[in-house]
Design a protein around this ligand. Sequence first.
Ligand SMILES: Cc1cc2nc3c(=O)[nH]c(=O)nc-3n(C[C@H](O)[C@H](O)[C@H](O)COP(=O)(O)OP(=O)(O)OC[C@H]3O[C@@H](n4cnc5c(N)ncnc54)[C@H](O)[C@@H]3O)c2cc1C
Length: 423
Amino acid sequence: MKNKKALIIGGGVIGLFTAFFLVKKGFDVTIIDDGPVPGLHSCSSGNAGMIVPSHFVPLANKGTLKEGLFGSFTPGSAFGINWSADAGLIRWLATFLRNSFSEMIPQKTETLAALHLESRDLFQLIQAADIPDLSLELTGLFMVSSTRESFEQGKRSAGQSNQLGIPAEIWSPEQFNALNPDLNAKLTGAVFYPLDGKVNPLPMLQNLASWLKARGVTIVENCSVTGWKATGNQVIAAISNDREFEADDFLICAGDRSGSIASLLGCEIPLQPGKGISFDCPNSGPVISHPTLLQDHHIAMTPYENHTRIAGNFLLGNRKNEISQDRLNRIHQSANHVFPGLKIPQPVSENSWAGFRPVSPDGMPIIGRSKKYSNLLTGTGHAMMGISLGPVSGSILSDLTAGIALKPEYNRFLAPSRFSNSF
Ligand SMILES: Cc1cc2nc3c(=O)[nH]c(=O)nc-3n(C[C@H](O)[C@H](O)[C@H](O)COP(=O)(O)OP(=O)(O)OC[C@H]3O[C@@H](n4cnc5c(N)ncnc54)[C@H](O)[C@@H]3O)c2cc1C
């Protein structure tokens, strides 16, 4: 019998892990991306690479509203909105607002925690059995606080985490400084999440793509999907200028642009881009011991062998590629203020990176099958957790493609139909 053909649009972390599990299920897989695979143009390449079971609270919650939407009016805030009269942005914000007060947040929290833990297990399995150079290191992660208020919040989150079965340890500034004596850290306290870890995103994606190619996956690079051919409730082909790509199943894994690709079929996926920036600083002096989040400044720092990646900012709406030197300076100043011993050199925008997180309006990924086209699926909306949730998302999407039923809670909180039936 001939293998079923799956066409994946998007060669970021979600598209590549989906391809991995589809290959395991015997599908004949093609991936199309409008850049190189992997490439620095995708959100999956220059991020902080953190594996974060600690991130179990969906982004749409009252805390984000306070800091994010209202903070966006504060000059210098790490959060911001590129306000525009775009009806999609206004609708998205209204849905985000509604979801921030949802009574279902506790159930969504449990689901996210389960997804992260399953993804962490899959990462370990894949690294042990298939791709030894996936770069996964389960080092644990610190969330450090510079104010009393954020440390109190950190302790409450640690309590909730322990209840969910994700261990969290409360550390005093003295304990943290004993582990990192050269950083001269200015902290009120820290929470350590031992199950968290890191990967090095670009090498991980390179090795994943090589594994796929070696197993016959066709990766079509620098090829933008610009249209579709469909009849009735069936998609026939994805179109890129004069080329047509036929398949049995079509999977949109195009990050923050998944919505615009779906709209070419009259389908809707409610997403907004959430721009973030990062830069690498060489490890020439003291190096931070663990992946670390600076809670009060919304900065992520991930140490690798030769460099430390420093990432931050969350600018919602309106895709603009340029990197503001002013925003880089603020990240640089905040990180140096908290860890003066690191002496981080001044970043410049030319050597920095920007990526657009695909942000859903309820803070949960969007993974599921279309109601309008029976052979169309999507996997997107991972916002700041796409690396961490890559393996589990790929596994779920491949199950759906193969007609395998999902756990009811995954269906309930991940299916695109939770917003409307317009996908
Ligand atoms: C600063 C920053 C730090 C982050 N840190 C972390 C972290 O520590 N841990 C974590 O888990 N997550 C983190 N994230 C989030 C993570 O990077 C994203 O959730 C994830 O990369 C999204 O992956 P994706 O595959 O959905 O999208 P992408 O990586 O953007 O991939 C989508 C691909 O589809 C392609 N595409 C789009 N349109 C078309 C088209 N029409 N035709 C063909 N191809 C198309 C794009 O070019 C792209 O290559 C961070 C993000 C940022 C910005």
